[in-house]
Design a protein around this ligand. Structure first.
Ligand SMILES: Nc1ncnc2c1ncn2[C@@H]1O[C@H](COP(=O)(O)OP(=O)(O)O)[C@@H](O)[C@H]1O
Ligand SMILES: [Mg+2]
Length: 328
C-alpha cells in the first residue's frame, strides 16, 4: 500500500499545482504496488495517470498544437501578437517582495476554481511598474509559462499611432478576445496612454483611449490575466491604479539579485575563479537586462579567446562597458 508520506506528498504537490511532481509520485506508487504483487492496482494507477496527463495536454496544449488555434485572426491579427512561453519563475532573480506577489498570483490562479466557488475573484488584473530591463515583460512570460497559458501582447503605443481616431474601437476588439479565451494579455508600453508625453493633437485621442481602457478593464469579468507594464509610473493617471487588483513595483537588482542573474546566465561556463562580490559591485546601478547582456558579452569574449573559464576582470569589464553604453 501507499505510504502515508506518499499520500501527503501527492496532496501537497496537487495543492501547489506541481503537476510534474504529482505524476512522478503517482507513478512511484504504481511501481511500488507492482513490486508488492498488486499488479492490477498498479496497472489501474498507471492508466489513470496516462489519462490525466492526456487531459492536461488538451487543456494546456503544447506549443506546436496551439499555434494554429490561438493565432489572432482577422482584425485582431494586427493588434495582438501571440507567444508561448516556457519561462519559469525560478529563472528570475527577484527581491523577496516581488517574488512573494508573483507567487501569490500563481497560487490564486491555480486555485481559482475553489476561490470562485466561494464567490471571490482570484488576482488577475496587474499593473507592473519599474525601470526598463527589470523583468516586467519577463513576468508576463513567467505567468504564461507557469500557468500553461498563451501570452498575447498589445503594444499600445503602436496601436494608438496606427489607428489614430479608432483606437477605442480596436481596444474593444482586444477586450472581446480577453473575454473569449483564458490567456495572459500584456498591454506593454502602457504609459503611452496614461502620460502627457503625447503631442498636442494626440491628447484628445489619448484621453479617449484611457477612458475606454478603464471602462473595459472594469467591465471585464473574464478568467484571463490582464497585465499592464510601464516604465514611468509617475506619468500614470491615479485613476488607473485603482482599477487593478495589484500593483507590482520592480527595482534595479541589489548585489544579491545581480549575483543570481550572473550565475544564471553564466551557468554553462566555468565560473570557479569569479569573485562574485566584486562582480556584483561592478553591476551596481545596472538593470537585470543589462547584467544579462554584459554576461553574454563576457562569455563570448571568453569563447573567442579559446578560454574555458571566465574570470572576474573579463566580467567586470563587460559590466563597465554596459554602464558606459548608457552614458554618464
Ligand atoms: N528579474 C530578472 N531575473 C533574471 N533576468 C531578468 C530579470 N529581469 C530581466 N531579466 C533579463 O532582462 C531581459 C529584459 O527584461 P524585461 O522583462 O524585458 O524588462 P522590462 O520589461 O522590465 O523592461 C529579460 O529577457 C531577461 O533576460
Ligand atoms: Mg518590457
Amino acid at each position: 500500500m501507499a505510504t502515508a508520506d506518499q499520500v501527503k506528498a501527492l496532496i501537497k504537490s496537487h495543492a501547489e499545482g506541481d503537476e510534474t511532481r504529482f505524476y512522478a509520485i503517482a507513478m512511484q506508487m504504481a511501481a511500488q504496488e507492482a513490486r508488492t504483487g498488486h499488479a492490477r492496482l498498479a496497472q489501474e494507477l498507471r492508466m489513470l495517470v496516462d489519462e490525466l496527463r492526456a487531459r492536461s495536454v488538451r487543456e494546456y496544449p503544447s506549443e506546436s498544437k496551439l499555434v494554429p488555434l490561438a493565432q489572432p485572426r482577422g482584425e485582431l491579427a494586427g493588434l495582438l501578437t501571440v507567444g508561448y512561453s516556457k519561462t519559469r519563475l525560478g529563472e528570475m532573480a527577484l527581491d523577496s517582495e516581488v517574488q512573494r506577489r508573483i507567487e501569490r498570483v500563481l497560487v490564486e490562479q491555480r486555485e481559482r476554481a475553489r476561490i470562485q466557488e466561494h464567490g471571490f475573484t482570484p488576482l488577475r488584473k496587474l499593473l507592473l511598474v519599474g525601470p526598463p530591463g527589470t523583468g516586467k515583460t519577463m513576468t508576463a512570460s513567467v505567468l504564461a509559462g507557469e500557468l500553461g497559458l498563451p501570452l498575447f501582447t498589445i503594444q499600445l503605443h503602436a496601436l494608438i499611432t496606427k489607428f489614430m481616431g479608432e483606437t477605442a474601437a480596436k481596444l474593444r476588439l482586444v477586450f472581446d478576445a480577453v473575454a473569449q479565451g483564458r490567456a495572459v494579455y500584456l498591454f506593454d508600453e502602457f504609459d503611452a496612454i496614461g502620460s502627457d508625453r503625447a503631442s498636442k493633437n494626440d491628447v484628445g485621442e489619448i484621453r479617449r483611449v484611457l477612458n475606454s481602457f478603464l471602462q473595459f478593464l472594469e467591465q471585464d469579468a473574464s478568467d484571463s490575466l490582464i497585465l499592464a507594464a510601464t516604465n514611468h509610473p509617475a506619468l500614470l493617471d491615479r485613476a488607473l491604479f485603482r482599477r487593478f487588483d495589484e500593483t507590482i513595483e520592480y527595482r534595479l537588482p541589489g548585489a544579491d539579485a545581480a549575483e543570481r542573474v550572473m550565475k544564471g546566465r553564466l551557468a554553462l561556463l566555468d565560473t570557479a575563479s569569479v569573485n562574485w562580490v566584486e562582480a556584483a559591485r561592478a553591476a551596481e546601478g545596472l538593470s537585470h537586462g543589462d547584467v544579462v547582456r554584459a554576461c553574454e558579452q563576457a562569455a563570448k569574449n571568453v569563447l573567442l579567446a579559446h578560454r574555458r573559464g571566465i574570470d572576474t576582470a573579463t566580467l567586470v569589464e563587460a559590466l563597465a562597458d554596459r554602464r558606459s553604453a548608457h552614458g554618464p
